[in-house]
Design a protein around this ligand. Structure first.
Ligand SMILES: NC(=O)c1ccc[n+]([C@@H]2O[C@H](COP(=O)([O-])OP(=O)(O)OC[C@H]3O[C@@H](n4cnc5c(N)ncnc54)[C@H](O)[C@@H]3O)[C@@H](O)[C@H]2O)c1
Length: 254
């Protein structure tokens, strides 16, 4: 199936690992030029090398999405290198230390909000300035099912992901007439370094099985399944889809 993404310039944050890495590989396989952005330089460079080794095109930009100057530099580097920004995937995120609401450390709350929420705001703002000038673009923000419902022991994460969904909907309405589509992807538990079933069980015995049993399809997701949904959202096959928060969740939020 062709998504028509050949030669498109695709910027992906949090691209060094997990869902962002799977998306980087998938877009590169579909002929896109990928800007691999991450705070983790060594892993980011190794994703770029994998893409180049497979005959694709990619560059690495070191960026902490919670730092507005870093984010501006990431977008400026993309424009200097490729002269356009067709698709931006704001995917970088952290889980935050789990705990009941009264136990969440204030600094940890702020850290999660700075990266997951403010980071997406900084990214969208810098990306939209270019997309408005070029009168086209697609933005995909990685939210979570935690952007659609509560999740015990994760108040800070849930707050940040509800914010991502709200920002996505608002910006989508603002820029719909300028040929810019903005959607959020809402993954369920996906096996990556961020969601490690063994670490879940160490936090609380039997927790990973309990989480899995709550998903109608009775399994966790793979990063590839998220990348596949991103390919569709980024493509013209989703040309009338904007302001949507798309659960990819095996039926959890059904
Ligand atoms: N894995 C899941 O179960 C799951 C479920 C729902 C949503 N998500 C969301 O998917 C996104 C990707 O998560 P993942 O599971 O692939 O995690 P991951 O830990 O495998 O990858 C996250 C990447 O983000 C990078 N990153 C972290 N802080 C950053 C910062 N300040 N600036 C730039 N990069 C930064 C990390 O270095 C890492 O490469 C996150 O937004 C996460 O909240 C994940």
């Amino acid at each position: 199936m062709s998504f028509g993404l050949e030669h498109k310039v695709v910027l992906i944050t949090g691209a060094a690992s997990g869902i962002g890495k799977a998306a980087s590989m998938a877009f590169a396989e579909n002929g896109a030029k990928v800007v691999v952005a991450d705070v983790n330089e060594s892993q980011g460079l190794s994703v770029v090398n994998e893409i180049l080794g497979a005959g694709g095109e990619a560059i690495f930009v070191k960026c902490d999405v919670s730092n507005a100057e870093d984010v501006q530099n990431m977008v400026d580097t993309t424009m200097l290198t490729y002269e356009t920004l067709d698709v931006a995937i704001n995917n970088a995120g952290i889980g935050g230390a789990p705990g009941r609401t009264i136990d969440i450390d204030h600094k940890e709350f702020t850290r999660v909000m700075d990266i997951n929420c403010t980071g997406v705001f900084y990214c969208m703002q810098a990306e939209l300035k270019e997309m408005v000038k070029q009168k086209s673009g697609v933005i995909i923000n990685t939210a979570s099912i935690a952007g659609l419902r509560g999740l015990p022991n994760s108040l800070h994460y849930v707050a940040s992901k509800h914010a991502v969904v709200g920002m996505t909907k608002t910006a989508a309405m603002e820029y719909a007439r300028q040929n810019i589509r903005i959607n959020a992807l809402c993954p369920v538990f996906t096996v990556t370094p961020l969601f490690n079933p063994e670490a879940m069980d160490q936090f609380k015995e039997g927790l990973s099985d309990k989480l899995k049993s709550g998903i109608p399809m009775k399994r966790f997701s793979t990063p590839q399944e998220m990348a596949d949904a991103m390919l569709w959202l980024a493509s013209d096959k989703a040309s009338f889809v904007t302001g949507h928060a798309l659960p990819v969740d095996g039926g959890l939020t059904a």
